[in-house]
Design a protein around this ligand. Structure first.
Ligand code: GLN
Length: 531
């Protein structure tokens, strides 16, 4: 019998119209991103916090912390090119995902021991970098393999997966951030690790749902498939040889387009990744986060709603997954259920603790939850806009995204105008950060999903993995340069003011946006019909 989706028979059972295996990947990625963003939210804050006080940090200079942040967030995007290659050639996607998750669990555990000696901290970071290389590109490829066609269904699958990414980022930043800042850094780092482990167990015990997808190259589940696949391969090869001659110019053009997208996306993430870096420093030291009276109450209510509603939605998705898969993969479901019981417990404890206090100090890490929250809220809206009459070309969407990130920084530059040159603290309204994150997120929605789907459509089939590697490598340069640029926050503020510092991230992306608009006609030609 011919299945509609890739993977096993159980994978044909759908949740929200998609194969149930998509939701196994959704929750695995959700817990992984919980760990990644939870840790990222704490990294710079922990390093720059003084060594005195009840929750001591390492008392680093801002510049040093931001450079380390740049290297860390950069290197996690350099290893995927190696991890993708290893999985393609030797290990298969599934084993790579599991091994990657295990290595990252050890990494987080090691960081939780940060109080003991600093070597644990660096060992932890290194393990996270290696583990992510094995995990991130390969789980992303598995999403695509669930679908047998290239069309809208696959795009929708990637959109749901992107929601999982952001649900994880949201909860990770919210909870690890809160616990790290208010209770103790190593509890925050440790919390990140626990869920990585649950995510891995959940994936491990459900992996048969993927059937042949992601097995070690050469290893197949049964003989029929082997024969069928070899016949298909022979057919493909004959066709490829015929087509190759006429297509080489088209392929070359399309790869050029991927190259241009990958180059311009550097400007986007370079600015965007200030989030956990200089924007977190701005939140911590230049923003008025101490709320009293009505403002405190409003914040508590808003915070409760934005936490409980997404939690209810993902719990509901989880129940639908259980309905389809519990009889076959009960152990996987049980591990996932346990992780949810723990997370609900922490959420209720945190909200309750906050309601007991009269005043509220918004954690500095809190602001970056707005990014994930806005993604979850606005991704469907932007999707609807693109479906309507107004659907600009890929390069135009990119240009709009760059423009929006520039506007977000213009808001911060405006907010920082009143801060005297060289001031080490200030207390401007927190609304500037809220608006900045809003614009940044709208920009991300124009750039990130668009880029991913163009890479998967423009690359010839045998280069898809490699091209995802190229796409992620752009993040390496962006994040590293982002950290290094951020590290100049103090000298630039002393000389020209903090406002000017943020203006750098306004001018450069807007310049890139203008160039992208000029390149639009040429790029459309070189895509040769792909939209
Ligand atoms: N937020 C997305 C993720 O974490 C994309 C990040 C990126 O490509 N820099 O996967």
């Amino acid at each position: 019998m011919e299945f509609k989706f890739g993977g096993s028979e159980i994978n044909q059972r759908t949740v929200l119209g998609h194969p149930s295996g998509l939701f196994v990947l959704f929750f695995t990625e959700m817990w992984e991103r919980f760990s990644y963003y939870g840790m990222r939210a704490l990294l710079v804050l922990f390093l720059v916090t003084t060594m005195l006080g009840d929750n001591p940090g390492w008392g680093w200079e801002r510049a040093d912390a931001l450079v380390l942040y740049g290297w860390y967030t950069g290197l996690v995007y350099l290893t995927p090119i190696i991890g993708g290659f290893i999985a393609d050639k030797f290990m298969g996607y599934r084993k790579a995902v599991i091994l990657g998750a295990l290595i990252m669990t050890l990494g987080h555990a090691s960081m939780a021991l940060e109080g003991m000696t600093s070597s644990f901290f660096y060992l932890g970071l290194s393990l996270l970098i290696i583990g992510n290389g094995l995990f991130k590109p390969n789980i992303s490829s598995m999403v695509g393999q669930l679908y047998k066609t290239q069309g809208q269904e696959k795009d929708a699958g990637y959109t749901i997966f992107y929601m999982g990414i952001n649900a994880g980022a949201f909860l990770g930043i919210l909870l690890c951030g809160y616990i790290g800042e208010k209770i103790g850094w190593h509890y925050g780092f440790g919390l990140a690790g626990i869920f990585m482990f649950f995510g891995m167990l959940q994936f491990y015990f459900a992996q048969k749902i993927f059937g042949n997808i992601g097995l070690t190259p050469g290893q197949k589940e049964d003989m029929d498939d082997v024969i069928e696949d070899s016949l298909e391969e022979i057919g493909d090869t004959i066709e490829e040889v015929k087509e190759e001659a006429e297509n080489s110019k088209v392929v070359r053009d399309r790869l050029t387009v991927i190259g241009i997208f990958s180059l311009f996306v550097i400007f986007f993430w370079w600015a965007f990744e200030q989030a956990g870096g200089s924007m977190t420093v701005f939140a911590a030291d230049y923003t008025d986060r101490a709320l009293v009276g009505d403002a405190a109450l409003t914040f508590k209510i808003v915070n409760t709603i934005i936490t409980v509603v997404p939690m209810l939605v993902i719990t509901w998705v989880l129940l639908m997954l259980f309905k389809q898969t519990f009889e076959k993969f009960s152990l996987s479901n049980i591990f996932l259920a346990v992780s949810f019981v723990i997370i609900w417990g922490i959420v209720i404890w945190m909200l309750n603790r906050e309601f007991q206090a009269d005043t509220t100090e918004v954690p500095a890490s809190w602001f970056s939850v707005l990014n994930s929250l806005f993604i979850i809220l606005f991704a469907p809206v932007i999707g609807k806009i693109w479906e309507s009459k107004y659907n600009p070309s890929g390069p135009m969407k990119f240009a709009i995204g760059l423009l929006l990130v520039g506007i977000g920084f213009a808001v911060l530059a405006y907010g920082a105008l009143a801060i005297p040159d060289g001031a080490k603290t200030a207390s401007v309204s927190l609304m500037f950060l809220v608006f900045a994150y809003f614009f940044h997120t709208m920009g991300e929605l124009c750039v990130s999903p668009v880029g991913l789907s163009y890479v998967s459509k423009l690359a010839p089939l045998k280069f898809v993995g490699l091209m995802f590697g190229v796409w992620f490598t752009a993040n390496f340069f962006a994040n590293l340069l982002g950290g290094i640029t951020g590290s100049f926050i103090d000298p630039i503020s002393e000389e020209y003011g903090l406002s000017t510092f943020f203006l750098i991230f306004t001018i450069i992306p807007i310049g890139a946006a203008i160039i992208m608009m000029l390149l639009n006609p040429m790029m459309k030609r070189k895509m040769h019909g792909i939209e």
